[in-house]
Design a protein around this ligand. Structure first.
Ligand code: ADP
Ligand code: MG
Length: 293
């Protein structure tokens, strides 16, 4: 039905990628390669010469398909870290490597979503989701001729986050949570290998936020792209991430790297269990140390 090169049939519809992920985990060789899909080597950042460091020496290794969260006090350099990895800004020292190549400019394989859904008010939900296709190669060259195929892809993605029937609505006709779902779809429509989320659910009420955790977890479990989630919310980090990094206040650096032992899929019930609350408490104590240091 679709050209396999562009439209992977499994996308969002089957769980075949679960198997892929498990295979990777079990196959030692593959894991070794995947262990460094994103790598920061002795990265430091200052915004202007003579300025204090925004980011102190930072080293990170993020595996392919891994979901990591970065937590830390305001101004510690979390958003700066995302800018470095996506190639929007070069490090002052050190190297950033993504998919075995040093990052030297904005990456095409990245999808991004922010606290503010930033949907264009004059476009429908469907057309907002399709926006990256007008920008990212090779899609932008194919879009005109293969519009129906791309629309179908966008509709499936919207349906998978519960927005079926809202495709033709404008952003102002959607609730905040629905806008953020659409924004997630827009960040994923070009099937990026790397998804960066900068406090994406920060503006939502607690119920809507937790609904979106499930939606994001589900999207990721069906097609495990690599995720870097920046969040203030320790429960969000504990719910979603495989690994949680705690950063110090400015100049930011990674103080703690914590594997998350909780099994998947995680659900709302899990947030009331001892292992979950223990993990959140532990993260909170690290953050308290950071703030008091
Ligand atoms: P966070 O996302 O953790 O709140 P940021 O990465 O946005 O922190 O910022 C880290 C530090 O760098 C802050 O002290 C901030 O004021 C500073 N900063 C961020 N962007 C710029 C910029 N464009 N120019 C100069 N300083 C900046
Ligand atoms: Mg920020």
């Amino acid at each position: 039905m679709h050209s396999g090169a562009v439209f992977r049939p499994g996308f969002l519809l089957t769980t075949s990628d679960f198997t892929k992920k498990n295979d990777q985990d079990q196959a030692g060789g593959l894991t070794a390669v995947s262990k460094s899909f994103v790598e920061l080597n002795n990265v430091r950042l200052r915004y202007s010469e003579g300025d204090d460091l925004a980011l102190e020496t930072t080293n990170m290794k993020i595996g392919k398909g891994e979901f990591i969260a970065v937590v830390g006090p305001s101004g510690c350099g979390k958003s700066s870290l995302l800018k470095l990895v996506s190639g929007l800004m070069p490090p002052s020292e050190g190297t950033v490597i993504v998919d075995n190549k040093e990052v030297a400019g904005p990456l095409k394989i990245v999808g991004m979503a922010f606290q503010n859904p930033t949907l264009l008010p004059w476009r429908t939900t469907l057309d907002n989701v399709l926006l990256p296709m007008e920008i990212v190669k090779p899609h932008r060259n194919r879009l005109r001729k293969h519009r129906a195929e791309y629309e179908e892809r966008a509709r499936k993605l919207l349906a998978s986050v519960g927005l079926e029937g809202h495709e033709d609505k404008y952003p102002w006709e959607l609730s905040g949570g629905m806008q953020q779902r659409a924004s997630l779809c827009r960040s994923l429509i070009h099937e990026p290998d790397l998804l960066m989320l900068d406090e994406p659910f920060g503006a939502l009420d607690a119920f809507t936020r937790e609904e979106l955790w499930d939606i994001l977890q589900n999207l990721w479990m069906v097609r495990p792209f690599t995720v870097i989630l920046v969040t203030h919310d320790l429960r969000e980090a504990a719910y979603l991430a495989d690994t949680i990094y705690v950063m110090s206040k400015r100049p930011g650096k990674i103080l703690v790297e914590r594997e998350n032992p909780l099994p998947r899929p995680r659900d709302q019930e899990a947030t009331f269990t001892q292992p979950f609350t223990d993990l959140v408490h532990e993260l909170r104590s690290h953050i308290r140390d950071v703030r008091e240091s």
